[in-house]
Design a protein around this ligand. Structure first.
Ligand SMILES: Cc1cc2nc3c(=O)[nH]c(=O)nc-3n(C[C@H](O)[C@H](O)[C@H](O)COP(=O)(O)OP(=O)(O)OC[C@H]3O[C@@H](n4cnc5c(N)ncnc54)[C@H](O)[C@@H]3O)c2cc1C
Length: 320
């Protein structure tokens, strides 16, 4: 089969808040961006119902509607948005080579990576059924909806501990379900949890099922993995905080990453260790993980790409 090769000035990988914001800025700077959406056009927010914390939507908006607005705005300035996933990259020389859907090769002067991260779930059918209706993977995003109510959170690491204390400020009671007889979190975070009166830690506990009335979560069925005893804990919200996986497998060997696979960028910028390759959004941020921070860094990536191209045109070396 003959291989089709296309050259673009600016290639954007991923269509979440970071990718679309990069597209809006890149298109307005006349970089004629081409975007590949990946298998989840619109990104993580398409999995959620209400988004209440993105500025500019005073009445709130659903995740899918908001991402539709992002798409329209990116298209308005001429972004070429295509459905497809990047299957491999070759950043060994300029221009960069990117393979889409394992067949099509694109060469690009600049590449903006906005492939996001995927929340890890327990894998229970009831978790999927009530996702967005009491089940959430983001306490900062959804904790507010459970103000004054009882919730459970599963996880034992630093993020789980931080999210539990965040929820404790909003909710009446937080049950923290820990699989082993100890935390994985740092001593300081465990200390914070232990000193929060409305958090009850339940050790040696696994989630068996999330119970509901067909519309909303009403309880969580847990099992003690030492005794086998099952208990139903009445809660309105169930938070999963067992980690995220950044979508970076295809960049292994090319880009610097931390121990958990998040892309490393030069602090205060979106520059990676490879010239002309920029990273924005959750793929390079394991800490904030919000739509607005992803969008902000998408803007930075487009500006970094535009300035990189301008400097190259005038033969100025960009030093990171
Ligand atoms: C259930 C849920 C509710 C949330 N609620 C809120 C909220 O209320 N407020 C808030 O601020 N944040 C919320 N968040 C967090 C928010 O969704 C993320 O911080 C944000 O979406 C990150 O944006 P991003 O652009 O970096 O990546 P993502 O949204 O993760 O998008 C990644 C994109 O990359 C694409 N992609 C991945 N791999 C490839 C590939 N190989 N080739 C091409 N494309 C690829 C995917 O298809 C996707 O389009 C929520 C998250 C979840 C899971």
């Amino acid at each position: 089969m003959s291989q089709e090769v296309e050259h673009v000035e600016c290639l954007i990988i991923g269509s979440g808040p970071a990718g679309y914001t990069a597209a809006i800025y890149a298109a307005r700077a006349d970089l004629k961006p081409v975007m590949y959406t990946g298998m989840e056009p619109g990104g993580q927010l398409t999995q959620t119902t209400e988004v209440d914390n993105f500025p500019g939507y005073p009445a709130g908006i659903t995740g899918p509607e908001m991402m539709e607005d992002f798409r329209k705005q990116a298209e308005r300035f001429g972004t070429d948005i295509r459905f497809g996933y990047v299957s491999s990259v070759d950043f060994s020389s300029l221009p960069h080579k990117v393979v889409v859907d394992e067949i099509k090769t694109i060469t690009a002067d600049t590449v903006i990576i906005s492939t996001g991260a995927t929340a890890k779930w327990l894998g229970l059918p009831s978790e999927q059924k009530y996702n967005g209706f009491g089940v959430s993977a983001c306490a900062v995003c959804d904790g507010f909806f459970f103000k004054g109510q009882d919730v459970a959170i599963v996880g034992a690491g630093d993020t789980a501990a931080e999210e539990a204390t965040y929820l404790a400020k909003l909710c009446k009671k937080v049950y923290m379900l820990v699989r082993r007889d100890e935390f994985r979190a740092s001593k300081a975070m465990v200390h914070r949890v232990m000193n929060t009166p409305n958090i009850e830690v339940i050790y040696n506990t696994e989630t068996k099922e999330i119970l509901g009335n067909g519309k909303n979560v009403t309880a969580v069925k847990v099992v003690n993995n030492q005794t086998g005893a099952e208990t139903d804990i009445p809660v309105e919200g169930f938070f999963v905080a067992i980690g995220h996986k950044p979508n970076t497998d295809i960049f292994k060997g090319w880009l610097d990453m931390d121990d958990t696979g998040y892309l490393k960028t030069v602090p205060g910028s979106t520059l990676t260790n490879v010239e002309g390759v920029f990273a924005s959004g959750d793929v390079q941020d394991s800490y904030y993980r919000q739509a607005v921070t992803a969008a902000g860094s998408g803007c930075m990536a487009a500006l970094d790409a535009e300035r990189y191209l301008a400097a190259k045109e005038h033969d100025v070396k960009v030093v990171s």
